[in-house]
Design a protein around this ligand. Sequence first.
Ligand SMILES: [Zn+2]
Length: 338
Amino acid sequence: MTSRLALPRPDDLHAHLRRGPAMPAYARREEASFGRALVMPNTLPPIASAPALEAYRREIAAAAPGLEPLMAFKLVPGMGREAVLGCAAAGAVAGKYYPAGSTTNAADGPRCPEEVAGELDAMEEAGLVLSIHPEDPAAPVLEREAAFLPTVELILGRWPRLRVVLEHLSTRAALDYLLAGPPRLGASLTAHHLVSSLDELLGEALDPHLFCKPVLKPAADRDALRDAAFRGAAPGRLFFGSDSAPHPRQAKEGRRAASGVYAAPSALCALAGLFEEAGALGALGAFVAGSGAAFYGLPPPSGSLELAREEWTVPEELDGSVPFLAGRRLPWRLASRR
Ligand SMILES: [Zn+2]
């Protein structure tokens, strides 16, 4: 008999579903693995007002009725306190801080927290979570995450009640900062920053489908992240967010490849294999379904997801994009969800 692994239905606390004709397929792919997804707002145009947020939520719900979208808005200088409170009233759980120029569609982000001080005041007042892409785009590429930590320190000090999430941790420095931080500081980890390292991105042949922001780091950093995930470090503060960020294949394979890994189709199965290999399968449930909900103050996940221990090969292309680990054999596959 095939062995099975039952998990509470996982939450993805960082997902890009995009907008327009490709969105429904991406949303359904997300729905196959996750019960809830915190949907990132860096669409074009950005989600930065209550009407935009409500319209986007309706589009996602229509495309993937089994997925509960958790909405976020993008912090844009000048959006104003009323727009923040409007997003909160419309059900946003988080506001996203993209330092100007840090990643896809981030040219209009704040250059420093001061540029969105009024908006952060309103977020703190409304009890919203501040989700941060923690990279300083002015620093050398592998040092950008560490270089942004003083700005995080400034934000935590100036807004003492604001809950803050450092997204997609990629370095030991940021992990150490998180572990030493207060209960209101959380962080997400992706499957690709846990499974892969800088050498897989460009050690042998350049793989544009592993190119993302923050860039994958050397194995020593990856191993520190793995260790934290396997031992369930910082319970209720360190959790899974796929940062699934699909681009059409041609946008990844031409000159100036776009950053982002299409992680949603394979992330959970890849994690199950990784945790199993480390003898840490028992820690997977809390990592993908529990810790993040606790941090965000959401009800525990409802329903379940079963994985089966059955090898499969990740397809070379799905939904017009190349998924994470395309062409690779994975030991666990999605079986059924309730
Ligand atoms: Zn992202």
